[in-house]
Ligand binder design. Structure first.
Ligand SMILES: [Fe+2]
Length: 389
């Protein structure tokens, strides 16, 4: 291969990397905001077209063998803009591997102590009964889709400033059920029965996105009633709940005994004391909760649908944030990790545990999605044991 051809090949590759990364980052950022759903769908389609068709078209124009004679000033300006874009985006492409590496080495990311991990594939037991009759019933059958393989994680988590009296507090974190028919009622029944087989925790926390259909609000009570707690159940609603009778969902949860602090502060009992909880449903339900009226003493929990409220919680000095929403990105590529993460911070808070100052945030991958597509990103249920540190 001639050296010129090699330079062109590398330039094309860098452009593809940079162009895709910029478009996907912008898409993720917009999906982290409370924008019109139709606009977002259109923008997602446009992003796909600009990546799949736009990238090769631009490369053929710029690096192809065709010579162009541009006589008008307007076309010369367009040509100059295009070449400048290709140059700078190609330069940005050099940074993409470092951006990916940075995600792995993020100083905010911490590792909890692993107590136990178990993966249960519900396909062998339920087979077609696990799929149900949702809009995307074809999706779980796709090769590699692991939406029916649930990870049950038991983790021990050190929380700075956790009162000694709360050492050993247990909580179950579940999120993003997206009931709409697929996966089926039977699937969720099996998953929740498995959760119920764990020892009863002190707290059960639900981080939102219960339904993707009005009809499936009726699933909430019979399914979630399997979850028991010793002291309190805490729940907030997610962006998908906004479009499906959110008041009815709230009522269902409250009837089950959950405290549902929707963009407000409340209290909950735990081991003989009363602590603070704040639910954050922003930015989709607005306005968000007010700031803490005084410095938090003792212990408090922020249940936030989106992990994007992490820095808000850091400013309030809330010790523990529990979130969902981003589904771990849903599709994770080996070495690269997640790609599509609906967050203004992009991939930063795609899943896992993050700590800054006195605040620790746990981001669950959740259980499903409106489109039940998961590749190398299994659904997850967490049982956390809190330790003071
Ligand atoms: Fe969700």
């Amino acid at each position: 291969m001639r050296i010129e051809d090699l330079v062109v090949a590398i330039s094309c590759l860098l452009f593809l990397l940079g162009h895709t990364a910029i478009l996907v980052s912008l898409l993720n950022h917009l999906y982290g905001r409370a924008l019109n759903k139709s606009f977002l769908k259109l923008y997602r389609l446009l992003t796909g077209v600009l990546i799949a068709l736009g990238s090769p078209a631009i490369l053929v124009l710029v690096y192809g063998t065709q010579e162009y004679v541009l006589e008008s000033t307007a076309w010369q300006t367009v040509w100059l803009i295009l070449k400048t874009y290709v140059f700078w985006v190609g330069l940005f492409g050099i940074a993409v591997p470092f951006v990916i590496l940075r995600n792995y080495l993020d100083p905010l990311r911490i590792s909890p102590k692993i107590l136990k991990s178990e993966v249960i594939d519900f396909w062998p037991k339920l087979a077609h009964a696990a799929i149900g009759d949702g809009h995307y019933a074809w999706a779980p059958r796709l090769p590699g889709n692991c939406v029916l393989q649930v990870e049950f994680h038991e983790r021990q988590l050190t929380i700075p400033g956790l009162p000694a009296a709360l050492d050993g507090t247990t909580l179950h974190l579940l999120s993003d059920f997206h009931f709409h028919g697929t996966p089926s009622y039977e699937f969720f029944e099996e998953v929740l029965n498995r959760v119920a087989a764990w020892p009863v925790p002190d707290l059960v926390v639900l981080a939102g996105d219960y339904v993707d259909s009005d009809d499936h609000v009726a699933w909430i009570s019979p399914l979630l009633s399997r979850l028991k707690w010793n002291h309190a159940g805490l729940a907030v609603l997610g962006n998908h709940d906004k479009y499906h009778a959110d008041q009815s969902i709230q009522k269902e949860l409250e009837n089950l005994g959950y405290i549902v602090p929707r963009n407000r502060w409340d209290t909950f009992p735990l081991r003989g004391e009363i602590y603070h909880v704040v639910g954050h449903e922003g930015p989709w339900f607005a306005p968000g909760p007010p700031p803490a009226t005084k410095p938090i003493t003792g212990f408090a929990i922020c249940v936030s649908h989106s992990p994007d409220q992490f820095y808000w919680a850091v400013r309030q000095q809330i010790p523990l944030v529990l979130a969902g929403h981003v589904h771990g990105g849903g599709i994770r590529i080996p070495l690269v990790g997640s790609i599509f993460v609906p967050s203004v911070y992009g991939r930063r808070f795609d899943e896992g545990i993050f700590q800054r100052g006195q605040t620790t945030m746990v981001v669950s991958r959740g259980l499903s999605g409106k489109e039940p597509l998961r590749f190398r990103c299994r659904p997850q249920v967490l049982r956390l044991t809190l330790q003071s540190g």
